[in-house]
Design a protein around this ligand. Sequence first.
Ligand code: G4P
Length: 532
Amino acid sequence: MRQRAAVSIESEVKRRRTFAIISHPDAGKTTLTEKLLLFAGAIQIAGSVKARKASRHATSDWMEIEKQRGISVASSVMQMEYRDQVINLLDTPGHQDFSEDTYRVLTAVDAALMVIDAANGVEPQTLRLIAVCRARNTPIITFVNKMDREVRDPLELMDEIESTLGIPCVPFAWPVGQGKLFHGIFDIRKNHMRVFTPGADRRREDDEVISGDNRDLLRSRFGAEFQQAEQEIDLVTTAAPSFDADEFLAGKQTPMFFGSAVNNFGVQEVLDALVDVAPHPGPRKAIEREVKPTEGKFSGVVFKIQANMDPSHRDRIAFVRVLSGRFEHGMKFKVLRTGKDFRPTSVVTFLSQRRDRVDEAYAGDIIGLTTHGGLQLGDSLSEGESLQFTGLPFFAPELFAAVELKDPMRSKQLQKGLMELGQEGAIQVFKPLLGSEMLLGAIGQLQFEVVQARLKGEYGVEVRLMPSRYSCARWVTSKNANDLRRFMDANVGRMVTDAAETHAFLATSRFDLDVMQKRWETIEFHPMREHA
Ligand code: G4P
């Protein structure tokens, strides 16, 4: 019986592909996501992802900010089945003010799909995301979008991507023409050309495919554009290395695709690549030991907490990446941080458009635990064993604001609101060791506005945010407990604790911080905290 269960966990793990889709805003992430769902048969009509975005806006006050600014604040999770594989797709906010959220989402995936706007190339927000993927050796698949527009030369784009990623691109396909003269995509590996016809309702079955052996036909029909593509393909196939699965999995090569998401063109090739080359979940390091995804016992980590979008339900959803074993309906978990058992009110999975009750889940899957508290970002969950998974980053904020309550009678609600928003990672909340004035820390200005709006909308608390004299925070540790105590005593007016009760030191400037670092040699000042 046990053996059968083990075999089935193994085959389920092998079926999983979990990836994030990353891009600079406007490159076409939402459009591509929707088309991937469409091609996988998870949704029937185009427009539903955008529609969902729109209806979400209408339901909650703070999402109004998103609507006004036309940016995507919340990440979401979608699961679909394609070619008998289970694909978990994690969306990431494109706006840089929410980059911390994106970094945390990237810790929950095994691969990334990078969307590049062919007219703009690699843009600033993509650069940061690439840096995070590179630091974790996350394999990246590249999709160059908007080939139906007047865009940049594909060789130049390939060069730019290679130099920013610092790894070679391996084109799986190459564009024939662009803009008004975009004729289609030549599939280098399958040696055929898929002819482009515009239209969002088109399915791949409708496409005309011409064999690459039919060169004369291709040359006469697609003229100068085909001849140029031929030369470029010759060049890239000679110069670029051939695809090496191990190199890709080690984050040392990126397969490159071209297409036009809005026209459903080049999308299925990407979906197929996700199944064919993207990795299934691998082992994860916990402080205690390495955990294999196929182990019989469940383990997982909370990488995101989000307030329910529906204001009539005050619960929150903790997004858990399953790391090993099998989740089963009704299961209770041990939360390592508290040592307590935790039984969520309900557990949901994210089947494309709907939230469904989840009956079982395996490594790679994302489950949403409905909670009224009790879980924090970075929490490790298990069936009993002490396993602390690391790697969920919290970055030292660069912007600070002091919170001033408009109505002093609502101080309790403020504490509750700030505690919950801090645990969610929407903002970092610091409590001074001396005094009672709470301090907020953010990476981007917009985080303050979101928190202010949510405090009002969800907790009925109106606050003014006042400028703070601090501009830099560092989490402090020391191998010498006495030195740490002396440091904290000497600087008690500048010491705070964060949502996870970890001690941090506040500095007014980099110079101030440098001075302190020199003065206190045995104290370590950390710009990033890794786990709760
Ligand atoms: P994002 O999530 O990365 O921010 O981008 P999103 O998909 O919302 O796309 C940004 C804009 O680019 C949208 O236009 C979208 O229609 C357009 N787009 C996406 N893929 C392609 C493509 O292959 N070719 C062309 N020409 N355009 C593309 P919009 O005008 O902002 O919105 P909409 O009114 O068209 O929905």
